[in-house]
Design a protein around this ligand. Sequence first.
Ligand code: G
Ligand code: G
Ligand code: MN
Ligand code: NA
Length: 253
Amino acid sequence: LKTENLLRKALDRGEFVLHYQPQMDARHNTISGVEALIRWNNPQLGMVPPGEFIAIAEETGLIVPIGEWVLRTACQQNKKWQDMGLPSMVMSVNLSIWQFYQTDFVEKVSAILDETGLNPKYLELEITESMAMNGDTATIVLQELKKLGVKIAIDDFGTGYSSLSYLKQFPIDHLKIDKSFINDISHEAGDQDIITTIIALGHNLKLKVIAEGVETKEQLDFLKQYQCDVIQGYYFSKPIDSNNIPNMISYTN
Ligand code: G
Ligand code: G
Ligand code: MN
Ligand code: NA
């Protein structure tokens, strides 16, 4: 309860911030997008990582207004970068299942896009396999989001349970290979097989495949060898403050 009150105040006082982690186009070595990742900048506690408050935000329902703040801030920021003349990038935003099942969720997304003036094709929503595979409602929501023109990514792919027939019928753009598989590339032959299989699956379904948690040159080389499309991880950059993005982009793109 105490944390719930603190989180509520944090939202009112503007203590949440977004950091942005670049995603590199593996073929061109340019930044094709960024993932928005929330932090809580608390005067007493310092910078609190999401692992320490997202679960509580979900239990208390606060994830809905917090998630709406994230969406609005991320869209505003992306529009701002475009207005500064930077090359256009896709902004990826993580969704909680609680946001996804709000009856007015699609209208909210649409309103935020209108309000910020961001072209929908530069917004990508990240959902997990279990959110996507949750029956007719999920399918309808995904189709409505697709009609708006936003992109959809399946996050942490390979750790949940995906029905392949669902994957085929869903309007999905990206599969993000879970970082646990990337982590073990060098020591686990089985994980190498899983990665190459996910890449082939994605490409057969006409999806782009993102690898997350890429930390080493060895992992990068392996992923490039198997035509992984997009690379995200500490090897290129940690999630960084919005002020540091323009430099990074004019330097790489
Ligand atoms: O940023 P970090 O590397 O610590 O992220 C930890 C977890 O928090 C990840 O699983 C990530 O998906 C989640 N997360 C980060 N930002 C958001 C957000 O804005 N909304 C939701 N629902 N989850 C987030
Ligand atoms: O679950 P989700 O994919 O949304 O969260 C991404 C999480 O992975 C964030 O906590 C982010 O800070 C973290 N992350 C990003 N790049 C790396 C990396 O190269 N190594 C590790 N260990 N974590 C990473
Ligand atoms: Mn994510
Ligand atoms: Na992930």
